[in-house]
Design a protein around this ligand. Structure first.
Ligand code: TYC
Length: 101
């Protein structure tokens, strides 16, 4: 898309940058996944500090879901796949999903 801008009589055509749609990557609570494992996921896949990871994990634990991060479509899809795969391969029922922001 382009837009026209008037600068001192001259009309300039500027490229219009579209802002990409963003997606929330959400962790769901369950009764079995160890808290330390959830913290490990937040540190490993979402680059959160120990403190921030603990805060998000406890938030999910209390409210049954919480946002681990917000990403563009392809990155969000990759995070969801990686987290679900990592949980499954460690025999934990933790589930990760995404939704439009
Ligand atoms: N509820 C879990 C427990 O008490 C901890 C937990 C937190 C599990 C967040 C999943 O996404 C989750 N061990």
């Amino acid at each position: 898309m382009t837009t026209k801008k008037q600068t001192e009589g001259a009309v300039e055509t500027l490229p219009q940058i579209e802002t990409p749609k963003m997606y929330k990557v959400i962790l769901l609570n369950d009764d079995y996944t160890p808290m330390d494992f959830v913290i490990l996921i937040l540190r490993r896949f979402f680059a959160k500090s120990e403190e921030e990871s603990t805060k998000i994990m406890l938030d999910v634990h209390k409210k049954w879901s919480g946002v681990a991060g917000v990403f563009t479509l392809e990155i969000a899809e990759m995070k969801v796949m990686q987290v679900n795969q990592f949980a499954r391969s460690n025999q934990h029922p933790l589930k990760c999903m995404m939704e439009p922001e």
